[in-house]
Design a binder for this molecule. Structure first.
Ligand code: AHR
Length: 336
């Protein structure tokens, strides 16, 4: 059962081509009239390419929706702007794609464009981060991370590192991800809840690093300059890019960090290079955010193609790493 909408588009394309040539003008197939044969057409809207993690997600989706498997994938990069993502989704709707996959930059502000997709009869799969909408029937399914659980993993492992510091003050530099994204909201909530629970934990800096290395470095360098090297106990980075930036700032300032002494680093994603730093004790806690979501989404869309029901929410498998459970073989086996 291949994309009915693609077939209609192909038929419209042929009819349009015939009508244009019969008027004596050059026949051309425009955006709306592309002939996709029997391929199921899938539009994939990413918020940007801010991290190696996101590139891994893009690759995972591209590897799964191939022509050999009967799919045509149209990929759009939203250049870190919600407006641009919304424009891309509207283009998919005009193109009459069979499915739309969206990794939403932030949780809110999608109701209108999702209603437009629904009215056009196009099923939408939300991936990676979630959306908050008035009516959940505006999307078919969500596949992605449980960011609150990720944050809780991070905090409970940090507690283990700090258990001997019960009496002293714990000063935390908190480098957040894109404000309003599910990844930021879940990871921030877990830390803020932990700070409420531990009376000696203080967030001394809280700033948005936009999930990038450059911003992570900038925030950490400024924190070191303003607070001095002795005041900071923990840097809680909401992804690996920010952690790489914070590490660069600490190296530049000659600040000690890691399990043996100095500032403890907590990070999310568990990309291979970050796991090496974690195995060697430079990063204390690495919580996995699994970008290999392509197979999960492929499975959902294959089931929809067969007319089967799919679960509304699928969380991808994720783990938490410290130096205690990492070995070179574990890192070598991983794909990202
Ligand atoms: O939404 C997932 C987050 O977005 C990842 O932690 C981060 O690296 C990415 O940019």
């Amino acid at each position: 059962m291949f994309g009915v909408k693609s077939k209609i588009c192909a038929l419209m394309a042929v009819m349009l081509a015939i009508s244009i040539t019969s008027c004596g003008e050059k026949a051309s197939l425009g955006v709306f009239e592309e002939d996709n044969g029997n391929l199921v057409v899938v539009g994939f809207s990413q918020p940007g390419a801010e991290s190696a993690w996101r590139v891994a997600l893009t690759d995972s989706v591209k590897e799964n929706f191939t022509e050999e498997r009967g799919y045509k994938l149209i990929y759009k990069d939203g250049r870190s702007k919600q407006d641009s993502q919304i424009k891309d989704i509207r283009t998919f709707i005009q193109q009459g794609v069979d499915y739309i996959i969206i990794s939403p930059i932030v949780e809110t502000g999608w109701d209108t464009v999702l209603s437009e997709a629904k009215d056009a009869g196009i099923p939408v799969i939300i991936c990676d981060r979630n959306v908050v909408v008035e009516n959940e029937s505006l999307y078919t399914a969500f596949v992605g991370s449980d960011f609150t659980a990720e944050g809780e993993y991070a905090v409970s492992n940090l507690e283990k590192y700090l258990q001997n510091d019960e009496d002293g003050e714990i000063n935390i530099v908190h480098i957040q991800g894109t404000i309003g994204s599910s990844a930021q909201l879940g990871r921030t909530k877990a830390l803020e809840d932990a700070v409420k629970k531990h009376t000696n934990w203080n967030i001394v800096v809280q700033d948005c690093g936009e999930f990038t290395k450059a911003k992570g470095r900038e925030i950490m360098a400024q924190a070191i300059e303003e607070l001095g090297t002795e005041t900071i106990d923990v840097v809680y980075c909401e992804n690996d890019e920010e952690a790489y930036g914070a590490i660069q700032a600490m190296n530049e300032a000659g600040v000690e960090y890691g399990n043996k002494g100095g500032i403890k680093i907590v990070s999310f994603d568990a990309m291979n290079s970050a796991l090496v730093l974690c195995m060697n004790g430079h990063i204390s806690v690495e919580v996995e955010c699994n970008p290999l979501q392509g197979p999960y989404i492929y499975n959902l869309i294959s089931r929809l193609e067969k007319g089967n029901a799919v679960p509304k929410i699928t969380y991808v498998h994720e783990e938490c790493f410290t130096a205690d459970n990492l070995e070179p073989e574990i890192i070598e086996k991983r794909r990202f």
